[in-house]
Design a protein around this ligand. Structure first.
Ligand SMILES: O=c1nc[nH]c2c1ncn2[C@H]1C[C@H](O)[C@@H](COP(=O)(O)OP(=O)(O)OP(=O)(O)O)O1
Ligand SMILES: [Mg+2]
Length: 196
């Protein structure tokens, strides 16, 4: 089976990618399989593209193979696009999903449903030795709820109602999420590259 390395330590992303790549017959390897040889990569960029490139290029240069990285987050209109690229560390400490969700809810406390529009954004960077890095972006529109609902997924999924659905992404099955997500939309644009 073909394999692709994804420069992530996020288990939720790994699960999403396993399902998404399954249809191409490609097995996913992440930094969770490859560490401890690979240290933490600091995300010093101010855009999803910059951070995705930092992660993909660092690992591709280390392993001398093509590597995909995913930088993603949620943009909330009532917060002028925050937390955006800072989604993973919105509440301070890195990667505390529950604290991040609570902070979003508290920031939106007085915002009515009609003004709670938001979108998930996923930028994939594909770094290959000797080539310039390629970017693919996918977005998924929706709204922020008033409390966390659902047990599936990760991150902001329990707060996010995708447009056209009466349930949060955390109430969807992994398969349902994989049909509409920002990650799926970004990956769709990679089909040509994957079939090489
Ligand atoms: O489908 C999603 N469903 C819910 N939440 C999501 C999703 N996609 C991204 N998110 C949130 C999680 C995290 O707060 C931030 C990503 O931050 P981001 O730096 O790209 O990922 P990360 O630090 O968790 O892992 P890594 O950098 O190792 O890939 O956006
Ligand atoms: Mg990160």
């Amino acid at each position: 089976m073909k394999e692709i390395v994804i420069a992530t330590r996020n288990k939720g992303k790994v699960k999403d990618f396993e399902l998404l790549f399954n249809k191409y017959g490609i097995k996913v390897k992440s930094l969770l399989d490859l560490s401890p040889e690979i240290g933490d990569i600091e995300e010093t960029g101010t855009t999803f593209e910059e951070n995705a490139a930092i992660k993909a290029e660092a690992i591709s240069e280390k392993l001398h193979i093509p590597v995909i990285a995913d930088d993603s987050g949620i943009e909330i209109d009532a917060l002028n696009g925050a937390p955006g690229v800072y989604s993973a560390r919105y509440a301070g400490t890195d990667k505390d999903d529950e604290a991040n969700n609570q902070k979003v809810l508290s920031e939106l406390k007085n915002i009515p449903s009609s003004d709670r529009t938001a979108r998930f954004v996923c930028v994939l960077a594909i770094a290959e030795p000797g080539k310039s890095t390629v970017f693919k972006r996918g977005e998924c529109e929706g709204k922020i709820g008033f409390e966390p609902v659902g047990e599936n997924g990760f991150g902001y999924d329990p707060l996010f109602y995708p447009s056209g659905f009466d349930k949060t992404m955390a109430q969807m099955s992994p398969k349902e999420k994989s049909e509409i997500s920002h990650r799926k939309k970004a990956l769709d644009q990679l089909e040509d590259w994957l079939q090489k």
